[in-house]
Design a protein around this ligand. Structure first.
Ligand code: B3K
Ligand code: ZN
Length: 883
């Protein structure tokens, strides 16, 4: 039977249509087409004969009718680039199967069967890094979302849950360590070969399967859970990396404790393994009991990792650990529900990091990430709701919208419920859906029931894309402050008519004279427009709104500059204070970039900004981590987002000009601050971290004002540093200055860290993100450097993602920056489609730019679209970006 030419059989697989089409036009998978799978696979046994070039996989699947789905005699087992070398049904070899594209279809006459399938794969040829692949002599897997089908044929969808028993064997010398999910139940040897058998008692979808084999060493420790279960913990790395694993292990223990205390979640196996690999498409993966991590989020010591890297390790270790409940114990019914696990888990890791360090600074950092990555997505051609309605390639939907906006949406529920009630809601969710593949709707319902909150209208946050804009109008009538709020949810691709959403806004009304307010309030704007009245104000107060960034919206307020200066000096909510400082600078820079400022207006703006910054420097109540946030200028990308037809060159010019003014006017204060910060010895304390943050920030202002002096200072900081934060900060400033120190220190850095891949990544990234006028030439030369390779995603990102995020180079007026990224996408696509597709959004911003650059950018997208063969990943992103 040639299934490829027959209509889709009713076996309930939403991806039925997938295989029969040309790769150039992959089909759209729609959320509304979800059907439960007609078969259950309660058990799978896997036997791996491991080899780098050839691994034989024998799978035995126990299958049975799913009573909760319409019956179908056919079972579709997904495959991707694999062929069956043998197929059996109930132990008897059979040829009675059909291939439909890459999938294998069997027709079964009974209610329950055992299917046996053998495949042979070549891990060393797997450059996509999905499925089983080789990385520096070891073998490892990545299965989310659809990598398991590159290993064996299986219903590779998250709502098919099985218990896994896995036997793995291989040469002892090559793979002395054999790891899999769950617990190791048996081991043995046979000459030069050895084997291990693993069993995972928790039913899981195929995307959570993992296997690792290699020459690894572990930092081991243990954790006793709240109910006294002793858990063995291991962080596995290559031998030379062991002394850089302490922070990862400590972060893991802190995560386990925090999740017990904060969400009542206890770990459920006797073993928790983390393995670090250097070739990895993303940050890490939460496979049950066997997390696989990018080395970037495991290895850290002060000599080679910055404070930001340390925070990153803690956050990602926490994130993957928290998935054990939000993702693994309760998984997703289908990939449209991805935010169910990712949005919730991002919120959990954000709250964890807030508790481990500075709460307000972490909040500001998270908002900055949201604004830099998610807001542009939401206002561009790739906009989608946190629960998308359709996709062609699910890998393209691991986005800032699903992750970070998803977290913000759940955070709003928490804000409206209050912390204690929210915990009742999450407890109910975990109880009600443990062991299931659930939906976002299940989560919302559990919060509703547990908290006692009506979230009917709130569900719109799951279905409507676009960042709402709130227009604020504060007036004063008699003794009342009158706040009129209007919301607009913008039109996004495929979504024209938007409904008003409930928007929780924390506000405070400040008395201008005393600089205080009488209490923060939470108001909910749930209509297109609404008016809120506040009695007892003899004079018009100053409004502080969206405190703690209580809603992921943009606020348009016609605030007097003097009010922003007031809030920048007085607001007791650190986020709102930061926001006022940013708005002060954004307002000035946007107007200046548009050429709207007269000389005297420009001068007045400078005076206000410098005055507000001076008061931040002088405010003794501030800690340096927070002071650093308040002294930061808005990024060029954020500024461009505030404008239509943005001209990146003009924005850059104005931003540098303001930096120069600040560097000049505040040079004495900053110098004194630098000297104070420089006296602190290295430690991981908040105080010392704050001091390091200030030092490099001050160097960036000095570089704009007096480059030669800044180069000397930076070289001095570089030479005297005993940690990577100071050294990288100094080198970052130096790479942007055409000076003798630049060449010398870059060479020194390279020689000092040659062989340490993560630090050499920094060396590439620093040069690619530099303000140097010849940055494009530098990037081209670096792409030919012997240490550069397209095979390693970290290295590709370190050079090209850094460059694509460098407005100064990427937006070169002649379009050379766009061409460079388009060339990369075309070259990388056949090697690693997932990583290549991640570069497309940078080119999708063409509608937001001035006409010249807009046309040049679009030209490059069209060039990519015209390529004879594109991956599904890149095809989808380019098509959507062209719109
Ligand atoms: N769940 C994984 C991401 C998998 C991405 C697959 N393309 C990591 C995480 O979010 O924890
Ligand atoms: Zn995650």
């Amino acid at each position: 039977m040639d299934i490829a030419r027959t209509p889709a059989t009713p076996d309930g697989n939403v991806e039925m249509a997938d295989a029969a089409v040309e790769p150039k036009d992959p089909p759209e998978i729609r959320r509304e087409d979800y059907r439960p799978f007609a078969w259950l696979v309660p058990e799978i046994r896997l036997d791996f004969e491991l080899g780098l070039d050839s691994t034989r996989v024998r799978a035995k699947l126990t299958v049975a009718h799913n009573d909760k789905a319409p019956h179908s005699p056919t079972i579709r087992l997904n495959g991707d680039g694999i062929v069956p070398t043998s197929v059996t049904v109930d132990g008897s070899p059979t040829q009675a199967y059909a291939m439909d594209g890459d999938d294998l279809i069997l027709t079964l006459d009974g209610k329950a069967h055992e299917i046996g399938i053998e495949t042979e794969i070549d891990p060393s040829a797997n450059s996509q890094l999905m499925g089983l692949y080789a990385s520096s002599g070891m073998l490892c897997t990545q299965c989310e979302s659809e990598g398991f089908r590159r290993i064996t044929f299986f219903p590779d969808r998250p709502d098919v849950l099985s218990t896994y028993t896995v036997r793995m064997s291989g040469p002892k010398d090559q793979f002395p360590i054999l790891l899999c999910n769950g617990n190791k139940v048996a081991t043995g040897e046979d000459g030069d070969t050895h084997w291990a058998e693993w069993h995972d008692p928790w039913p899981k979808p195929s995307y959570l399967f993992a296997l690792v084999a290699g020459d690894l060493v572990a930092r081991s420790d243990s954790f006793t859970t709240m109910n006294g279960r002793e858990v063995e913990l291991n962080v596995w790395v290559r031998e030379g990396d062991l002394d850089r694993t302490e922070h990862a292990m400590e972060s893991l223990k802190r995560s386990m404790k925090w999740d017990e205390e904060t969400f009542g979640r206890e770990y459920d196996l006797d073993l928790y393994n983390i393995v670090a690999v250097s070739d990895f498409n993303m940050g890490a993966m939460e496979n049950k009991g066997l997390n696989v991590f990018n080395t970037k989020y495991v290895l850290a010591d002060p000599e080679t990792a910055t404070d930001g890297d340390f925070d990153g390790v803690e956050g990602v270790i926490g994130h993957e650990y928290f998935h054990n409940w939000s993702g693994n114990r309760i998984t997703c019914r289908d990939w449209f529900q991805l935010s169910l696990k990712e949005g919730f888990t991002v919120l959990r890791d954000q709250l964890f990091s807030q508790d481990m360090g500075s709460e307000p600074v972490k909040r500001i950092e998270d908002v900055r990430v949201l604004r830099a990555a998610q807001f542009p997505e939401d206002s561009g051609p790739l906009a989608h709701p946190i629960r998308p309605d359709s996709y062609r390639e699910i890998s393209n939907f691991y986005t800032a919208t699903v992750y970070n906006k998803g977290a913000e949406v759940i955070r709003m529920m928490r804000t409206m419920a209050g912390e204690e009630a929210f915990r009742k809601g999450t407890d109910l969710y975990f109880d009600r859906h443990d062991g299931e593949a659930a939906t976002c709707e299940d989560f919302i319902k559990a919060i509703e029931d547990g908290v006692g909150l009506d979230l009917t209208q709130f569900r719109l946050w799951y279905s409507q894309a676009g960042t709402p804009k709130i227009v604020v109008d504060l007036s004063h009538e008699g003794e009342e402050a009158v706040l009129k709020l209007t919301q607009m949810v913008p039109v996004t691709p495929g979504q024209g008519d938007k409904k008003p959403m409930p928007i929780p806004l924390k506000i405070a009304l400040f008395d201008r004279d005393s600089g205080t307010h009488s209490g923060e309030q939470l108001i909910i704007l749930d209509k297109a427009s609404d008016t809120f009245r506040f009695a007892g104000f003899a004079d018009k107060p100053v409004l502080s709104i969206n405190r703690t960034f209580s809603a992921p919206v943009t606020i348009q307020r016609d605030t007097l500059r003097s009010d922003l200066v007031f809030l920048a000096q007085n607001d007791d909510d650190p986020f709102a204070r930061y926001e006022a400082m940013q708005d002060l600078m954004v307002g000035h820079l946007v107007a200046a970039s548009k050429g709207e400022l007269s000389d005297s207006e420009r001068e007045a703006g400078h005076i206000d900004i410098v005055g507000a910054l001076r008061s931040v420097i002088e405010d003794e109540a501030l800690d340096d981590l927070m002071r650093g946030e308040l002294l930061l200028m808005p990024s060029q990308t954020y500024l461009a987002e505030q404008m239509s037809a943005a001209d990146p060159a003009r924005i850059h010019e104005e931003r540098e000009a303001l930096k120069r003014v600040i560097g000049c006017e505040l040079q004495d204060e900053m110098h004194a601050l630098y000297d104070r910060a420089a006296t602190l010895p290295f430690s991981h304390s908040a105080e010392a971290k704050g001091a390091r943050k200030l030092k490099t920030l001050i160097l960036t202002y000095a570089a704009a004002h007096d480059p030669q002096k800044a180069a000397e200072l930076a070289a001095h900081q570089y030479d005297g540093s005993d940690n990577m934060t100071d050294r990288q900060g100094a080198l970052m400033v130096l790479t942007g200055i055409d000076s003798a120190e630049r060449t010398g220190k870059l060479l020194d850095f390279y020689n000092r860290y040659q062989g340490n891949a993560l630090v050499i990544d920094k060396w590439f990234a620093l040069q690619a993100s530099s303000l140097h006028p010849k940055v494009i030439e530098h990037v081209k030369a670096l792409a030919d450097h012997p240490d550069f390779t397209l095979k390693n995603p970290n290295r590709v990102r370190s050079l090209f993602m850094a460059f694509a995020g460098n407005p100064h180079g990427f937006h070169a007026a002649d379009g050379e920056g766009y061409r460079l990224i388009a060339d990369l996408i075309l070259e990388l696509d056949p090697i690693n489609a997932q990583t290549a597709a991640r570069f497309v959004p940078a080119l999708g911003r063409w509608r937001k730019l001035e006409p010249g650059r807009s046309a040049l950018m679009r030209e490059q997208l069209e060039r990519i679209a015209a390529a004879p063969k594109l991956s599904r990943d890149t095809f989808e992103q380019v098509t959507r970006s062209l719109g």
